[in-house]
Design a protein around this ligand. Structure first.
Ligand code: CAA
Length: 395
């Protein structure tokens, strides 16, 4: 595909000129500025500050944030289109972009006070600051309601203690939305959300996670030791934290589905090119049914993922008026797209044979990057559990 045109692999949905524009902008930036550096940043694991700053200038860090708060003021469809394009060039950039947009800005836009939006959402949406989201703890992952970290009210402050893990952008974040227990007796209803400033005392970046994939996105533990967070930085009411975390994850999962779609497409396009060029036994390998049927399965799953993502994006847009949850649509989109990314990356390595296993091509990176989409923001098992509960009403 030509680097100047994003429309050739695009959806058959009628997009507005604004949506087309952001997709093309993301596509051009991804192909011209991210793709050439992706392998190097994957190798070193360095955080790509420069390209992330430029993405902020292009309006990619707060796509759905209203313009009066420094965002691009667009809709969810615009967001998923842009995230897919960025992730197609490099899933690590996609991870950083998705955390800023959905895990940080979406929650503050929906649940924050005017002052919180002005101070924190504006800075992150405009790309001047990096945001993060922290729910997981060393002993609490899928079972998110069992966290051990504590926040205790002390006048106009809360005093935070504890250790959180697997925080995407944790080592570089300026601000983090943290979920922490304020009343352990109440379990889920005893969790509260806070916006914390990482430059304040009592906060430290902990162990950096050495990861299989998305290696240029920085991930670490974070540690609170008597960190004093102003009560004005509580997001929502005391005890509302779990519902805020889940609502934000519903939005986040649509983003991860788009990231997965981008990886799947990159793997698929590389596999088609290779199948048309590489010869064995006197013919192009794409002429073997064993290869062509793999390509068919990849393409069909990619297009099905795309439609599930658009359905989820539209459900999230409708929710702005109705207030209805889009949990089911988000979980289905993430589940299917993540498994599609893994399926396509696996098939692309196989089609490329030895070259798929070599670091000379990006195929092995797609394979490593795809795996995280089946794990973070809720494993595929959790998505199945969410869907099953909603469909059957059984627990
Ligand atoms: N929206 C709004 N409210 C929700 C909700 C949603 N999507 N899901 C649940 N709730 C509410 C329920 O209605 C319930 O409310 P009441 O107390 O009023 O009844 C409350 O939350 C508790 O719900 P459940 O009883 O269903 O809770 P549970 O303990 O059974 O867990 C779960 C539900 C779906 C399994 C949830 O724990 C979950 O999603 N786990 C996965 C966590 C996850 O995705 N972690 C990844 C963290 S982010 C990350 O990966 C790192 C990063 O940096 C990117």
């Amino acid at each position: 595909m030509a680097a100047s045109d994003a429309s050739q692999t695009g959806p058959s949905l009628l997009l507005s000129s604004e949506q087309e524009m952001i997709r093309q902008t993301a596509h051009d930036f991804a192909q011209n500025e991210i793709a050439p550096i992706a392998a190097q940043f994957d190798e070193t694991g360095e955080f790509p500050s420069e390209t992330i700053r430029k993405m902020g200038e292009l309006g990619l860090m707060g796509i759905e944030v209203p313009e009066e708060y420094g965002g691009a003021g667009m809709d969810t469809l615009a967001y998923v289109l842009a995230l897919e394009e960025i992730s197609k060039a490099d899933a690590a950039h996609g991870a950083i972009m998705s955390v800023n947009n959905s895990l940080f800005c979406y929650g503050i836009n929906r649940f924050g006070t005017e002052a919180q939006k002005q101070k924190y959402m504006r800075a992150v949406a405009s790309g001047k600051s990096i945001g993060a989201y922290s729910l997981t703890e060393p002993m609490s992952g899928s079972d998110a309601g069992t966290m051990r970290s504590r926040a205790v009210r002390d006048g106009d402050f809360y005093v935070l203690n504890g250790r959180k893990s697997w925080v995407t952008s944790g080592p570089v974040a300026d601000y983090i939305v943290v979920f922490i227990m304020t009343d352990p007796r109440k379990r889920h209803q005893g969790i509260s959300a806070f916006i914390i400033e990482t430059r304040q005392p009592g906060f430290a970046v902990g162990k950096k996670e050495p990861k299989l994939g998305i290696r240029a996105s920085a991930t670490s533990e974070i540690v609170f030791e008597g960190h004093r967070c102003p009560a004005a930085n509580r997001l929502g009411q005391e005890g509302e934290g779990f519902k805020i975390a889940m609502t934000v994850l519903d939005a986040g999962r649509i983003g991860i589905a788009s990231q997965a779609l981008g990886i799947a497409e990159a793997a698929y396009e590389a596999a088609v090119l290779y199948a048309k060029e590489r010869e064995a036994f006197g013919q192009k390998i794409g002429q073997f049914q064993g290869i062509s049927f793999k390509l068919v399965d990849m393409k069909t799953r990619i297009e099905a993922s795309r439609l599930l993502i658009y359905q989820a994006a539209l459900a999230k847009e409708r929710a702005k008026n109705t207030g209805q949850r889009f949990t089911l649509e988000a979980a289905m989109a993430k589940l299917f797209s993540a498994e599609t990314a893994m399926f396509c990356a696996h098939a692309a390595v196989q089609i490329h044979g030895g070259m798929g296993y070599s670091k000379e091509l990006p195929i092995e990176r797609y394979f490593r990057d795809a795996k995280i989409t089946e794990i973070y923001e809720g494993t595929s098992e959790i998505q199945r559990m969410v869907i099953a509960r909603l469909e059957t009403g059984l627990r």
